[in-house]
Design a binder for this molecule. Structure first.
Ligand code: NAD
Length: 285
């Protein structure tokens, strides 16, 4: 296992690419177009430069890490000189089933038959992604946590058709990337988001019901329950569009109204206030 493709160069794709390059993998980092992938690499360069300043990584190692990340785009991936050697493709595009299925069909048609197609989805069914490919045995969930370079966990999600060999290979990859893994069933939200996202959504209901200001709700949960950040700040970090998509998926798939998204969350997403990535969410950045 030497060459990885990361498809979707947003906040998660950037983190996965950085961690994989640090672990010595050659990484093709693809977005919908090359300009987006190139600017994503610049964001990684700044993150790595901060690590050098903090003496977490040496300057030579940082240069070598960055040299191992090659920006690309989805359409061009199959034509890349390294395409035939990609062992793993990790998808991190927006949390929409139709979009992900379209990409999985495209990757299945263009990448070598042995390549494992992994998804970093937070809530979409791995079985549903595998079903649009001719290799459902080599489709698996690899759910990294945000920020990827910091968070130790990867949830590994096995679809109905995922093979034992793919599972073993994926657990080995997680370990090579310096992560600990848990095996979660292919159920909406898996383990972490099934428990976390209803809490984040409840915090938005609390704000909507004026139980406190955004600052006080976050401070109360941070100090009162010993969490590193409050739920509204965490929702902002994840991205409110992603939080809404996970809530909708839990609500739709599990059919229980306790998962209904808070109306205020919908309004923020409709306004384009998506949290940290757009500079404004429940807090300002
Ligand atoms: P993001 O919006 O930051 O990035 C998504 C990227 O995908 C964008 O750069 C976009 O241009 C690109 N893209 C869209 N269509 C594409 C295509 N067809 N081919 C290639 N690139 C394409 O989103 P994110 O926060 O990085 O989330 C990505 C995935 O990771 C989602 O499935 C999300 O649920 C999951 N996830 C997110 C978090 C989080 O905290 N944000 C944590 C774990 C998992």
């Amino acid at each position: 296992m030497k060459i990885l493709a990361v498809i979707g160069a947003g906040q998660m794709g950037q983190g996965i690419a950085q961690v994989a390059a640090r672990a010595g993998f050659q990484v093709l980092l693809a977005d919908a177009d090359l300009t987006l992938a190139t600017s994503a690499k610049r964001v990684i360069e700044r993150a790595v430069a901060r690590q050098v300043e903090r003496e977490k990584i040496g300057a030579d190692e940082a240069r070598a890490l960055l040299d191992r990340i090659e920006p690309s785009d989805t359409a061009r991936l199959a034509g890349d000189r390294l395409a035939g050697e990609i062992d793993f493709a990790i998808e991190a595009i927006p949390e929409r089933l139709a979009l992900k299925q379209q990409l999985f069909a495209q990757l299945d048609a263009s990448l070598p038959a042995r390549t494992v197609l992994a998804s970093n989805t937070s809530s979409v069914s791995i079985t549903a992604l595998g079903s649009v490919t001719k290799r459902p045995d080599r489709v698996i969930g690899m759910h990294f946590m945000n920020p990827v370079p910091v968070m130790e966990l990867v949830e590994i999600v096995r679809g109905l058709a995922t093979s034992d060999a793919t599972l073993v290979q994926t657990r080995a990859l997680a370990e090579l990337l310096g992560k600990r893994s848990v095996l979660a069933s292919d159920s909406p939200g898996f383990i972490v988001n099934r428990i976390l996202v209803p809490m984040l959504n409840e915090a938005v209901f609390a704000l909507e019901s004026a139980l406190g200001t955004a600052e006080d709700i976050d401070l109360a949960m941070k100090l009162g329950t010993h969490q590193p950040m409050g739920p509204l700040a965490l929702a902002d970090l994840i991205g409110l569009d992603t939080v809404l998509a996970i809530c909708e998926s839990l609500h739709r798939e599990l059919g229980d109204d306790k998962y209904r998204p808070a109306p205020l969350l919908r309004r923020y997403v409709a306004a384009g206030w998506l949290g940290k990535k757009t500079g404004r969410g429940f807090h300002s950045y």
